[in-house]
Design a protein around this ligand. Structure first.
Ligand code: AKG
Length: 476
């Protein structure tokens, strides 16, 4: 349980004993897993990239239970790994050694949906897609949408400030989360569950928990501002000859579609083959193109939106910016096209091992890393693809290098080069996935030394014994 699988040493935490386990059993009415086989899936992340050795998974149902668990762990110096749907991509949601896993899957109560204000108040363990379905009955929807929506928990989304496919239109969670309730490492419950749009009464402490990846506290409840479910949804799927053309189409889409532009995603040809070849999904047209764009509009009036889309499509065709395109209106066609994009994470895994980078870059440089890396990695026979796709409208590319199996040689060609490249352009080395376990030692590429000191001071203030999600986020 204490062996070093990774180049980090186990912290000076207690080894779990029978008395500890008994305490948890009594507190949770046996909502605890200690069977090693059953613990297995909670120890491994979604993409099977990192794993821990926890022998104890706790499933609280209430904030008070979370508070009692943390007070006990803090008192006894037991390390804790908070876990939602375990769909993170940087190893933040699984233990590194034998941390106790505090899993939020039984915290799934929806307290209130206000159809007029659009405010949703719920527990942290609600699954994103379930919330979206519940909101639909009130004519609302979640402000965020991710490929992992069927599994991820809203508490995990907020704790990682998850971005996703419609951030372009609805903003990130720092904007739409109105309030949170969180439990500090010592068990203290912090009620920041404001449901107000405006509340400038001192520091906005909720922001410390949004994106803190469980190292400052565990989010137990959230209040979120949800937009109306759009009455008109259209999706343009385009094939383009070059990235230059892509940038022109993006600019035109912003100009012509204005407030109805909801998503603007880019997929390069090599990435698209992950969907067509690995996952056997079909493109809506038979030819392949160097780049594909998905441009979705959300509006309240079909006629109005169609007028805007017509102007946009006419303009990009007149200027010969696209090689092919379709406009999907039927929900089933729209869903099928989105599958090509949403299932890429799953499809890449079928290549073998994937080196993943989630990078923000100035828009002109959105794609520039890909050809640079293709050149750098050319001649390495184990590399299957060097490609990029992602949230063009937000300047966030998912740069990926896939190969049959993990290779130190390939890794050394990619890192630290990819981080240096990003840093030189003042980009972010983690646009939306967070830092987790995989990236703490690279934080300095995107954060100044002074801000890292403040991050560490805040960690000490919130969690002086360092029991919450150790080895993660903060550089050693
Ligand atoms: C996305 O599909 O937008 C993701 O964030 C996942 C990217 C990845 O699998 O690296």
């Amino acid at each position: 349980l204490t062996k070093n699988r990774y180049p980090v040493n186990r912290g000076d935490y207690a080894i779990l004993n029978d008395n500890h386990v008994q305490f948890f059993k009594n507190l949770l009415d046996n909502r605890i897993i200690t069977d090693p086989d059953e613990c297995e899936s909670y120890n491994i992340d979604w993409i099977k990239n990192v794993r821990g050795y926890s022998t104890c998974v706790l499933k609280p149902k209430t904030t008070e239970e979370v508070s009692k668990i943390l007070a006990f762990c803090n008192e006894n110096r037991i390390a804790v790994c908070p876990q939602g749907g375990n769909t993170g991509l940087v190893g933040g949601s699984v233990p590194v050694f034998d941390e106790v896993i505090l899993n939020t899957s039984l915290m799934r109560t929806i307290y209130n949906i206000n159809g007029t204000s659009g405010v949703l108040i719920c527990q942290a363990g609600c699954v994103l897609e379930d919330l979206d379905n519940a909101l639909a009955e009130h004519g609302l929807m979640m402000p965020l949408d991710l490929g992992a929506k069927g599994l991820c928990h809203i508490g995990g989304n907020v704790a990682t400030n998850a971005g996703g496919l419609r951030l372009l239109r609805y903003g990130n969670l720092h904007g739409s989360v109105l309030g949170v309730e969180a439990v500090k490492a010592d068990g203290q419950i912090i009620d920041l569950l404001s449901a107000l749009k405006k509340d400038n009464t001192g520091f906005h402490l909720k922001h410390l928990f949004i994106g803190s990846e469980g190292v400052l506290g565990i989010i137990t409840k959230v209040a979120i501002q949800c937009p109306p479910k759009p009455l008109a949804i259209n999706l343009a799927f385009l094939g383009l000859p070059s990235f230059k053309h892509v940038l022109k189409v993006l600019k035109q889409a912003k100009r012509d579609l204005g407030e109805i532009l909801a998503s603007c995603e880019l997929i390069d040809q090599s990435t698209m083959r992950v969907s067509t070849e690995n996952l056997k999904l079909r493109l809506p047209f038979p030819e392949e193109y160097p780049f594909y764009m998905l441009i979705e509009s959300h509006g309240s009036n079909t006629v109005h939106d169609e007028e805007k889309l017509t102007v946009f499509l006419e303009e990009i065709m007149k200027n010969e910016l696209i090689l092919n395109g379709i406009l999907a209106k039927a929900p089933s066609t729209i869903r099928k096209i989105w599958e090509l994009r949403e299932r890429l994470t799953e499809g890449f895994v079928l290549d073998g091992y994937v080196f993943k980078y989630d990078i923000s870059l100035p828009i002109e440089n959105f794609y520039s890393l890909v050809p640079v890396m293709q050149e750098r990695l050319s001649g390495l026979k184990d590399v299957i693809r060097v490609s990029g796709y992602g949230h063009l409208g937000d300047g966030n590319i998912h740069f990926q290098v896939s190969c049959r199996e993990f290779s130190q040689e390939i890794l050394q060609k990619i890192e630290p080069f990819v981080y240096e490249y990003t840093s030189k352009l003042r980009g972010s080395i983690s646009a939306e996935h967070g830092i987790g376990f995989r990236k703490p030692k690279y934080v300095h590429y995107s954060k100044s030394p002074e801000s890292i000191v403040i991050m560490k001071q805040l960690k000490t203030l919130f969690d002086p014994k360092g029991i919450l999600n150790p080895y993660k986020v903060l550089p050693p």
